[in-house]
Design a protein around this ligand. Structure first.
Ligand code: KG4
Ligand code: ZN
Length: 337
């Protein structure tokens, strides 16, 4: 029998993590994440392999989440899933599983936008931002500045016109011969490097738009020219290269964020998504916050990269508003905020 408590099972399968979490009355209890290591050999996520791995992982991951939270599935109030954005085949696994679960248990079904969920990860733990706030959402697939007016009312005010910043980190890492995903590796090696050693040209973009394809090409040509002169160039300069690349990318991110904060007169600033784990970004953000008088919010590491905890949090807010969907719902790879 469903109890008076709101107990939601949430599933995330948009990219290469299969994750399930439970929220009880808006408190996230058990966030289980199965990371797919199969992609490491390919230097990027292989969509077909991601779908297959989700198919294998989903039952044990959901079982573990329910067991850990000590909630029998008969007590669930609703089941939620990531509808998009993400990889079609990967999303379909979570969507189909959630639909079947809702049907079997005769409980409501809730669709969640992955990018909204990254932002709502800020409501899992204290301190929580107050409205309106700006969130810089930076992941492998997205780079957006979002004006958050309410839990479920958000407006994208700036975004990348080409690559995402996480992709720029990963591609730069690949050029340097560091494995996949490269972002965390660049972060680690940058710690003992000189951020002002090398400069790369950036594309100037109007308003609050970003572009990361220009700097990516600039890094590629720079390395190619230096390697012609000295074949050990990367090996001998890897820390300085990582620090300089990270510095350039972080500077691009924060310059537009400051512009947005001034334009919308907002001093509550949040970051979300996988790249928000970057220590260079965190440090530079807190320095800028001191100068600009911002209050800054960064989610716990576990909730920065893809996870179902954030899907459960978003689903809780939707449950409160009775925003349910029926069985005709399907995955939406290009879902917008
Ligand atoms: O949000 P996320 O887990 O998945 C997507 O929805 O894309 O983000 C993954 C991205 C990858 O590009 C990864 O390299 C990057 O986040 N990333 C980092 C760091 N940790 C993860 N980039 C820079 N520094 C890090 N410490
Ligand atoms: Zn993500």
């Amino acid at each position: 029998m469903p109890s008076a408590d709101i107990k939601i099972l949430a599933i995330e399968s948009s990219c290469d993590e299969t994750s399930a979490a439970i929220a009880v009355n808006g408190k996230v209890l058990n966030n289980i994440i199965a990371t797919q290591s199969v992609h490491e050999n390919y230097g990027g996520v292989v969509p077909e392999l991601a779908s297959r791995a989700h198919q294998q992982n989903i039952v044990p991951v959901v079982d573990e989440a329910l067991k850990g939270a000590e909630i029998p599935k008969e007590e669930l109030s609703a089941v939620a899933f990531t509808r998009g954005p993400g990889l079609m085949g990967a999303l379909l696994v979570g969507a189909s599983f959630a639909k079947a679960t809702a049907l079997a248990l005769d409980i409501p079904l809730i669709e969640v936008n992955h990018m909204q969920a990254h932002i709502l990860a800020h409501f899992i733990d204290d301190p929580k931002p107050s409205f309106p706030f700006l969130c810089l959402t930076v992941s492998g697939g997205h780079t957006q500045i979002v004006l958050v007016k309410d839990h479920l009312t958000m407006e994208v005010v700036g975004e990348t016109q080409d690559d995402a910043v996480g992709e720029a980190f990963d591609k730069a890492a690949k050029m340097l011969g560091l494995g996949y995903p490269g972002g965390p590796m660049v972060d680690k090696l940058a710690k003992t490097g000189d951020p002002s050693k090398f400069q790369f040209s950036k594309t100037e973009m109007p308003g609050l738009s970003y572009s990361f394809s220009g700097i990516k090409t600039s890094i590629l040509y720079f390395l190619r020219d230096e390697l012609k002169k000295d074949e050990n160039f990367i090996k001998d300069n890897v820390n300085d290269l990582c620090a300089s690349i990270q510095h350039a990318l972080v500077e691009m991110l924060l310059q537009k964020l400051r512009k947005a904060a001034r334009q919308f007169k907002v001093n509550q600033i949040a970051i979300a998504g996988g790249v928000s784990a970057n220590s260079g970004l965190r440090n530079a953000l807190s320095e800028m916050a001191d100068k600009e008088g911002w209050e800054v919010f960064i989610p716990a590491f576990e909730y920065c990269t893809d996870n179902a905890g954030m899907i459960a949090m978003a689903a809780h807010f939707k449950y409160e508003k009775k925003e349910f969907v029926d069985q005709s719902v399907s995955a939406l790879p290009r879902m917008k905020i």
